[in-house]
Design a protein around this ligand. Structure first.
Ligand code: NAP
Length: 515
């Protein structure tokens, strides 16, 4: 049975009308659902958020909004098994990969409930200490952060329908700003089911949560100066959206999370067989296999000192050979299909482009199974790290390229910088001066750097995992945005205002003890 996916706007559900798009089971290619946002009144959607949702959320304190997030996390978690099954069918995720997305969503909501504790029973944030501006302390200044009065429009990528939607929602809602969620269409079923759970829970104040199944129509053209847009997706779409004349005209706040050619760099000191060596190999394979490589943080460029290339190649090819592709519902399967037919087409074309300047060590663009959007884990070895294609082409699948380098931190940093800005870079070395030099050179090109060594190997979480307590985003090609990072993540949804005046009044404005 094909499901009619609905949008939840202005307090009610609206089924598809007009020309609907079909979405599919990634393993069988059978149609699962249709969706369309044709006929929705997007001005009404924005007004509903601004006039109904915003006031209700702003009437709550941070502590109350934190309690809301905690309750939402619990409500979604109760449906975990159902969501994992839906993720397997629609997005082709193994159970493990589905958990990464679904538990990532509930975990991030719970984390933001926890972060709300430091903000307490208040409605605004004092930003830094007060500053004496006059001859005496009478003339005083204080920066504050207050919730914006508009809507938060969230446009998400297909690869994390649950996490991507709820990591953004957690930050906006805690700030006191109502959300309008638009998932990536190819895998929208998990997001849609979560939207239903949120509405059915009765926890959300009316207007605090709206959900669009389908395109955003003319929504962006109606946004105003108190609204914000947070986007996750390709650099191509990000550039298209950031040039929308209405968004420019109204200085609408935009946060862009785009694509990234993340690099892993093996330090020259790392001996084959050592703990750091094994950590490096494990993480490269994990990034290629997890979510079938459809992770914005997955490694695409693997820098290996020239004198270690032969051993790295042999070990990686052997490890990748153990990956079992097939029906993701089967527990023996360790890597599912890509999420959509469009993804399969793009990944195959990408492999062919890379292969023009590299040798394929395993995998390739050939079909793997008769049905389903499958591709084999594909490792390539570049003829030279200087070829532009490896620093420009993001192949969004289980695909990575080995790039030889001299072993110096300066050489590695120069090669990595050619990606023009990444979400995460990982370094593997126990040589502290080498690490320090590499971190300093690479930090301006990254939102996050991850340093693997013998000392942390046993308790480390992998570089591809985004944590709510650490910032996520990256400069340049990665979009120039920043999300999460604890309380930092909610500041995008708030206006920073410098308040200057008599110290007693300035303090009084935000309910502090007057001097
Ligand atoms: P995409 O094609 O750029 O689409 C992203 C979102 O934008 C989707 O919801 C899409 O809707 C929507 N969209 C496309 N054109 C639009 C328009 N003109 N107006 C309004 N919305 C529009 O990216 P994707 O294929 O979903 O995701 C894969 C990409 O996302 C990869 O490049 C990956 O690196 C990147 N990504 C980045 C991060 C990060 O945090 N930096 C995280 C995950 C993924 P439809 O689906 O309906 O077309």
């Amino acid at each position: 049975m094909t499901i009619q996916m609905e949008s939840y706007v202005q307090g009610s559900w609206h089924g598809p009308t007009g020309e609907a798009r079909e979405i599919h089971n990634a393993t069988t290619e059978e149609p699962m659902a249709v969706l369309s946002s044709d006929g929705l009144d997007f001005q009404g959607v924005l007004d509903h958020a601004r006039t109904v949702g915003g006031p209700a959320l702003r009437a709550m304190t941070f502590a109350e909004r934190g309690a809301l997030l905690k309750a939402l996390s619990g409500a979604i978690h109760e449906h975990r098994e159902e969501l994992l099954d839906l993720s397997t069918a629609n997005a082709g995720t193994t159970r493990k990969d589905g958990k990464f997305d679904v538990d990532g969503a509930t975990g991030t909501l719970a984390a933001y409930a926890y972060f709300s504790k430091e903000l307490g029973d208040r409605h605004l944030i004092s930003d830094g200490d007060g500053i004496q501006l006059g001859r005496t302390a009478r003339f005083w200044g204080q920066h504050i952060r207050v919730p914006r009065l508009g809507a938060a429009v969230h446009i998400n990528a297909f690869n994390f329908p649950a996490w991507n939607m709820m990591e953004k929602a957690a930050c906006a809602l805690l700030a006191g700003v109502p959300v309008i969620e638009k998932p990536g269409t190819a895998t929208a079923m998990v997001a849609w089911r979560i939207a239903q759970i949120v509405v059915e829970s009765g926890l959300m104040p009316e207007g605090g949560w709206q959900f669009i199944a389908g395109s955003t129509g003319d929504l962006l053209d109606k946004m105003g100066p108190q609204d914000v847009m947070a986007f996750t997706g390709s650099a191509w779409t990000a550039n298209k959206l950031r040039s929308n004349p209405n968004l420019i005209q109204n200085s609408v706040g935009m946060n862009m999370e785009a694509d990234s050619l993340n690099a892993a760099v093996l330090g020259p000191d790392v001996e084959p067989g050592s703990e750091t060596w094994r950590l490096f190999l494990r993480n490269v394979v994990l990034d290629m296999q997890q979510k079938t490589g459809q992770k914005c943080t997955a490694v695409r460029r693997v820098l290996v000192p020239e004198n270690r290339m032969a051993e790295v190649k042999d070990e990686l090819v052997a490890m990748l050979g153990e990956i079992v592709t097939g029906d993701p519902a089967d527990r023996a399967t360790t890597m599912g299909p890509l999420a959509s037919a469009a993804q399969l087409r793009d990944v195959r074309a990408g492999i062919e482009k890379l292969a023009a300047s590299a040798s394929i060590l395993c995998g390739g663009a050939d079909p793997v199974h008769e049905k389903g959007y499958f591709v084999a884990p594909t490792l390539l070895e570049a003829r030279s790290a200087s070829e532009a294609i490896f620093h420009e082409e993001e192949v969004f699948g289980p695909v990575a390229t080995l790039l030889p380098y001299s072993g110096t931190a300066a050489d590695a940093s120069a090669i990595v910088a050619r990606g023009q800005g990444s979400l995460v870079g990982s370094l593997y070395s126990n040589d502290t001066p080498w690490v320090e030099e590499a971190v300093l050179a690479m930090a301006p090109w990254h939102g996050r750097l991850w340093v693997g060594s013998d000392r942390m190997a046993e308790q480390s979480l992998p570089p591809g995992m985004v944590l709510p307590s650490m910032v996520h985003g990256g400069p340049g090609r990665a979009g120039g945005g920043e999300e999460l990072g604890g309380v930092r993540g909610i500041l995008f949804y708030m206006q920073r205002t410098a308040v200057q005046g008599f110290k007693g009044q300035v303090h009084g404005c935000f309910g502090e003890v007057t001097a």
